[in-house]
Write a protein that binds this ligand. Structure first.
Ligand code: SF4
Ligand code: SF4
Length: 406
């Protein structure tokens, strides 16, 4: 190599300046374009970034002692033209050119931001905003990105599980085949139905259910079984520390599909009960069986409030995603897929119907039957017979029969 003719002394700046809980700044790479500064000022309406000092000592900074902790901070990583800002959650985890990108939606509040899920080998590495001027423009909040941790995590339900003896705290759980678990659910449910009638079943629906999944659940329990106790869990208060909202993107209600499920129930003439009713009915033994359908995050607050009541019921079935909260007191745990692994539609707070497609393979791999087939088999346990093979078939029937979501 030749000798450098540069004789001046180079200014060395910090390569890893910690700007806050989400972002690291490479001061030497930064070209001081102030895009990030203007984003925080004009879009996030929280001017947490400034350019300080003069001349060659110019650098990007936060105010002394104040971190960059705005819930939109990670958008600055996307708009930095030189990669000087890096996300603590993603930096150096994977070369970006190895990642596959799949269009999706964010399910963590009723805004329904459009997203791109970036993944490799079934693992989600990061979630980025996808441009949609009708919904989120070109941005999204940090929670929608960081809740990717719920997808690829260790406590996902990947196979059906039977709790061997519910009344024995030391009892272990055992994995079962889908055939055996549905046969057991059918047998036990038939016995309860014969003795106490349809009113013995209380059903808790998650507002994370897609339009198609909710339709099948309402068809099974509202139209066929005709239990009066079907409730939609309310995530109006938020969950997992995500309890705030603003006037930009983050909605107060953290339910991605409350509008869609409520519209379905109304069109099907099914009156939804309050979730507290199911808990009270379980405690009074009116609901001898409680059935929960949907992802387990979000039900935590309800479960914490009503754990004792639900645990009183004789028979708890969870079609769910994680071994958390209600799954821990369930007799039968049947795997359910997240939005990132399945197909369906959500209706956001403005009534916009948006479709999502699977991005990654579910934890059960090819053995996973998918949510439509799981609900078809659950329906068969309650004499609700339907033969849909895909979410598209279910959605076509909803449009034709209920004249919704055109
Ligand atoms: S956007 Fe990037 S290059 Fe521009 S000022 Fe911010 S950190 Fe520096
Ligand atoms: S604003 Fe809501 S929908 Fe958008 S990314 Fe955040 S949590 Fe997700």
């Amino acid at each position: 190599a030749g000798d450098s003719r540069y004789e001046e002394q180079k200014w060395h700046k910090r390569k890893k300046a910690d700007l806050g809980p989400t972002i690291v700044h490479d001061e030497e790479r930064c070209i001081l374009c102030t895009r990030c500064v203007r984003f925080m000022q004009d879009i996030a309406k929280s001017p947490q970034l400034v350019v300080t000092r003069r001349g060659s000592k110019n650098t990007l900074s936060t105010y002394p002692g104040a971190p960059l902790d705005n819930p939109y901070s990670l958008n600055t990583v996307d708009i930095c033209p030189v990669g000087a800002l890096t996300s603590k959650d993603f930096r150096f985890k994977c070369r970006t050119w190895y990642l596959k990108s799949s269009k999706s939606l964010c399910p963590f509040c009723e805004t329904g931001c459009n997203t791109i899920i970036q993944h490799m080998d079934g693992c989600v590495y990061r979630i980025l905003p996808d441009k949609n001027e009708k919904v989120n423009g070109a941005f999204m909040c940090d929670q929608g990105r960081l809740f990717r941790k719920h997808i690829s995590c260790a406590d996902r339900v990947s196979a059906p599980v039977v709790k061997c003896n519910k009344n024995d705290a030391t009892s272990t759980s055992a994995e079962e085949s889908f055939d055996k678990i549905f046969a057991a659910v059918a047998e036990k449910s038939a016995a309860i139905l014969k003795k106490d009638g349809p009113g013995a079943f209380g059903v808790l629906l998650s507002p994370y259910l897609s339009v198609e999944e909710a339709y099948l659940a309402l068809k099974i329990f509202g139209e066929t079984l005709k239990t009066p106790d079907i409730a939609l869990i309310n995530y109006g208060e938020g969950f997992d520390g995500f309890t705030f909202s603003d006037n930009y993107l983050i909605s107060k209600d953290k339910s991605p599909n409350k509008a869609g499920i409520s519209a379905l129930a109304e069109a099907m003439n099914i009156k939804l009960a309050a979730p507290e009713t199911i808990a009270a009915n379980a405690e009074s033994k009116k609901n001898r069986s409680v059935i929960f359908i949907g992802p387990s995050f979000g039900i935590k607050e309800f479960y914490d409030r009503h754990k004792k009541a639900i645990d009183t019921s004789d028979f708890v079935i969870s079609l769910t995603t994680h071994f958390q909260n209600i799954a821990s007191i369930s007799d039968y745990i049947i795997p359910f897929l997240l939005w990132a692994e399945s197909e369906g539609h959500f209706v956001n707070k403005n009534g916009l119907v948006q479709k999502f497609l699977p991005a990654v393979t579910p934890p059960g791999g090819a053995a996973s039957p998918g949510n439509i087939e799981t609900l078809r088999r659950l329906g068969a346990c309650f004499n609700a017979k339907f033969e849909y093979r895909s979410a598209a078939e279910v959605f076509a029937e909803i449009k034709k029969r209920l004249k919704l979501f055109d």
